[in-house]
Design a protein around this ligand. Structure first.
Ligand SMILES: Nc1ncnc2c1ncn2[C@@H]1O[C@H](COP(=O)(O)OP(=O)(O)O)[C@@H](O)[C@H]1O
Ligand SMILES: [Mg+2]
Length: 241
């Protein structure tokens, strides 16, 4: 479904990704771990086609097509969606209008209301401007609703669990375990919590713009919890990447 080949990405002339390759199969869930500033969000932005993230070299393939040069809106229409780590406030745009528009443009119709219901988003929130005065957990739940309302083939979740309390984590975990079925997903996370609900097939550890380590998500997470990212750094040096 997604193949990233030797991707080099620069932001404002600074090279952030220095040769990232990964492949996410049809219906597979993968996780990305990595310390702050290692380039995880940059990878997400490059895959969706954000214009500030310049692809210097390498290619991105999605659903059998080379999308490296395609603009962000075309990639979205092809079936890629994202839940941002830090989504903006949208003054003047009501959440329900945005969700209804995303859903209708993607043939989802009124079924977006089921997503709203399962994410426990209230009528009051639907009538408010997107993210204006929302709490951390509310922002993450509304962001997931927007990402799923387009019925995407590939969904990228950039830290859906950061800054979220335990009850919301539980709700988000249960929601994702149902909603990701049949989709491909790339989930950026620091927490093992979400892995209680999801069974990703593979984890990738991004350090300083390269994939330092890959393998079984539970094993890698346990190792990071025990030894920190220093262990991945050693692993990286041993592999010579
Ligand atoms: N829009 C941007 N403008 C300037 N620098 C950026 C931008 N996006 C990312 N960076 C820089 O790229 C590096 C990687 O950031 P990021 O991809 O957000 O890391 P992560 O998500 O792993 O914490 C950081 O040094 C960050 O400051
Ligand atoms: Mg990030």
């Amino acid at each position: 479904m997604l193949r990233v080949e030797n991707l080099h990405v620069a932001v404002r002339d600074r090279l952030i990704l220095k040769g990232v390759s990964l492949e996410v199969g049809d219906g597979e869930v993968h996780v990305i771990f990595g310390p702050n500033g290692s380039g995880k969000s940059t990878l997400a932005m490059a895959i969706i086609g954000h214009p500030d993230y310049r692809i210097v070299s390498g290619r991105i393939f999605f659903d059998g097509q080379d999308i490296t040069e395609k603009p962000i809106d075309e990639r979205a229409r092809m079936g890629i969606s994202i839940a941002f780590q830090n989504p903006p406030k949208l003054h003047g745009v009501k959440l329900k209008d945005l969700l209804a528009r995303i859903a209708s443009e993607n043939g989802v119709g009124e079924r977006f209301l089921e997503i709203v219901d399962r994410l426990n988003i209230s009528q009051e929130h639907l009538n408010r401007y997107v993210n204006v005065g929302f709490s951390g957990g509310e922002i993450k739940r509304c962001e997931l609703a927007q990402a799923l309302a387009s019925n995407p083939k590939l969904i990228i979740l950039d830290e859906p669990d950061s800054g979220v309390d335990v009850e919301n984590l539980e709700l988000i975990g249960r929601f994702l375990s149902e909603s990701l079925r049949g989709r491909s997903a790339l989930i950026i996370t620091h927490h093992g919590y979400i892995l209680r609900h999801l069974k990703p097939v593979k984890a990738h550890v991004l350090i300083d713009g390269v994939i330092a380590c890959e393998g079984d998500p539970d094993q890698i997470l346990n190792r990071i919890m025990k030894d920190g990212y220093r262990w991945c750094e050693r692993c990286r040096l041993m592999r010579g990447v």
